[in-house]
Design a protein around this ligand. Structure first.
Ligand code: LMR
Length: 365
């Protein structure tokens, strides 16, 4: 009798347990898995920001700053994930990735937008900007506005201009002082027909290749040299595998931060406000730090490597400007006169004073 009672009790316990777990799995999850840490999770937004340079560059640091500000201003609701060094998309792929909503923010160099509208090539005109102030005036003013306007037809929104700096030339073939020193030198350049025209005019052999292939092209001697800002030359260690560098400041390299217009339009007014405010603050921060970063990294290059640095003397620079001047007329034929006239005027108004390699008279190390 005792045994029967025990068996019946066991049977009942088993039955009740089976019933409990059976129903538990059939119950709607939301009714059972409440976890107060998950509250508001569906309001969380994660956006991707892809770029091709290293983190310790003006663009890399600005992207980080933007992500921090967005996180802070949204109380952690919006996260910006940064993919640097072309780890997600190369500079050739990133515009399409943006249009397909694979990423939500990119910051290509303005040179690369010539493939969307030729007007962007105006910023690649040789010696177009005399210093950082001239760049700020041009891009915050009529020139910048006009260029933003060209993005509409591609469904893109220009959020800001970020700055990097002035381009210098490195080579393994020999020192570059006169324009003729570039004859027959092969160089990696950005994807810009205006830059290609410049180097061809000087008798060089330019190759439009992706940024992230540059180190390998130099190392395997597929090209003799390249042109870039100090911060890119430093952070990608080009100076370790190049013998000569000329502080030529022959062109400007800056960025346009892009998002897809329809992606932006889909955001709530609050999200838009946060993104725009964070972008404005980041841009001011970037403008304050880019020049100093390039200067500091030039000192690092001098300290860390035996690369021979030559800075163009004023007389040499005049020769370069004269040799490259025909491109302004050519650009007018391609782009029209308004933008080129604005650039010519800006150039005339500012005294030439970009990055210098040496404090006093130009010298060669
Ligand atoms: C380059 O391709 O050299 C630059 O545009 C890289 C960059 O984004 O600064």
């Amino acid at each position: 009798m005792k045994n029967l009672l025990a068996y019946t009790l066991l049977l009942i316990i088993g039955f009740v347990t089976a019933l409990y777990f059976g129903f538990y799995h059939m119950m709607p999850k939301s009714a059972t898995t409440f976890d107060d840490e998950q509250t508001g999770l569906k309001d969380q937004l994660v956006f991707k920001f892809s770029h091709v340079v290293a983190d310790n560059t003006p663009k890399g640091l600005a992207a980080k700053k933007f992500a921090e500000l967005v996180h802070e201003k949204s109380d952690g609701r919006i996260s910006i994930q940064i993919f640097s060094n072309g780890s997600l998309y190369s500079d050739i792929e990133e515009i399409n990735a943006l249009k397909e909503n694979q990423v939500q923010f990119i910051a290509p160099s303005t040179s690369k937008l010539g493939m969307l509208s030729p007007e962007w090539l105006a910023l690649d005109l040789p010696f177009a900007f005399s210093n950082y102030d001239a760049v700020q005036e041009g891009l915050h003013g009529a020139i910048g506005q006009r260029l933003f306007g060209t993005l509409q037809k591609d469904g893109l929104k220009g959020m800001a201009y970020w700055t990097n700096g002035f381009k210098q030339i490195t080579s393994n073939k020999g020192p570059i002082k006169q324009p003729s020193d570039l004859k027959k030198q092969s160089l990696r350049i950005m994807q810009s027909d205006m830059i290609e025209k410049q180097f061809k005019l000087l008798g060089a052999k330019p190759y439009q290749e992706s940024f992230n292939s540059t180190f390998q092209l130099l190392e395997t001697k597929k090209v003799d040299g390249e042109e870039n800002t100090i911060s890119n030359i430093y952070s990608k260690k080009f100076y370790h595998i190049q013998d000569y560098m000329t502080i030529s400041n022959h062109g400007y390299l800056g960025y346009v931060v892009l998002t897809d217009q329809s992606f932006f339009d889909r955001q709530t007014p609050e999200t838009k406000r946060i993104l725009l405010e964070a972008m404005e603050e980041t841009t001011a921060w970037n403008e304050k730090h880019a020049e100093q970063m390039n200067k500091d990294q030039l000192e690092d290059i001098k300290r860390e490597s035996p690369i021979a640095i030559h800075e163009l003397t004023p007389a040499e620079r005049q020769k370069w400007m004269k040799a490259l001047d025909p491109l302004y007329d050519e650009a007018e034929r391609i782009i029209g006169s308004t933008l080129i006239k604005q650039i010519r005027e800006l150039r005339a108004r500012y005294e030439y004073s970009p990055i210098q390699a040496f404090e006093e008279d130009a010298e060669t190390k």
